[in-house]
Design a protein around this ligand. Structure first.
Ligand SMILES: [Zn+2]
Ligand SMILES: [Zn+2]
Length: 182
């Protein structure tokens, strides 16, 4: 285990959120275009806390998605600046909480803070762990040249290259074709 469960879950959620953009999504469309799609994403990840379900909240989450995509791509020292900025802006105060079926874990905002703020702060807190553990190279970009997907590489030897089996298979087929026609 590289990270604690809550850090891993937070980072996998960031990747799932980031990979709803058309250039990375399975459908090839923006999969975060409606409040219903946002709701479905949150349900799939058992995301707790306040949901307004309105257009404003969706717009804020879409903006957070862009910010987190950019953050994911930064090198370690630049990521520190952005992580600290998020924590400062939201006046994050770490505390241990226990809710729903989850045992003690860390939150740095209250459950009734706006959704986009909670998403950003939760991601920033996970990044605190990643950066302190010097494991930022586990935050990867998909190696498929037609995909902007990102993913957390939890493989033992850190050798995962694609955001999804969909991308892995597509690139394998392409490589095979290039060999057989070349
Ligand atoms: Zn929680
Ligand atoms: Zn991909």
């Amino acid at each position: 285990m590289i990270f604690t469960d809550d850090t891993t879950a937070a980072l996998n959620f960031v990747a799932a959120l980031a990979d709803t953009v058309p250039e990375a999504s399975e459908s090839g469309e923006d999969e975060l275009a409606t409040t219903a799609q946002l709701d479905a994403l949150l349900d799939a990840w058992l995301y707790s806390g306040r949901r307004d379900g309105d257009a404003r909240e969706l717009a804020e989450v879409v903006a957070a998605r862009e910010r987190l995509r950019a953050l994911w791509a930064l090198d370690r020292d630049d990521a520190v600046v952005e992580v600290n900025a998020i924590l400062t802006e939201s006046r994050a105060i770490p505390r241990l909480v226990r809710h729903d079926t989850l045992d003690w874990h860390i939150h740095a905002t209250s459950l009734d803070a706006p959704l986009a703020e909670r998403i950003l702060v939760e991601a920033a807190m996970a990044l605190v762990d990643v950066i302190r553990a010097d494991e930022a190279d586990r935050m990867r970009a998909c190696a498929a040249d037609d995909c902007t997907g990102i993913f957390l590489d939890l493989s033992k030897n850190g050798s995962r290259r694609f955001c999804s089996t969909r991308c892995g298979n597509r690139m394998a087929v392409r490589a095979y074709r290039a060999r057989s026609t070349g």
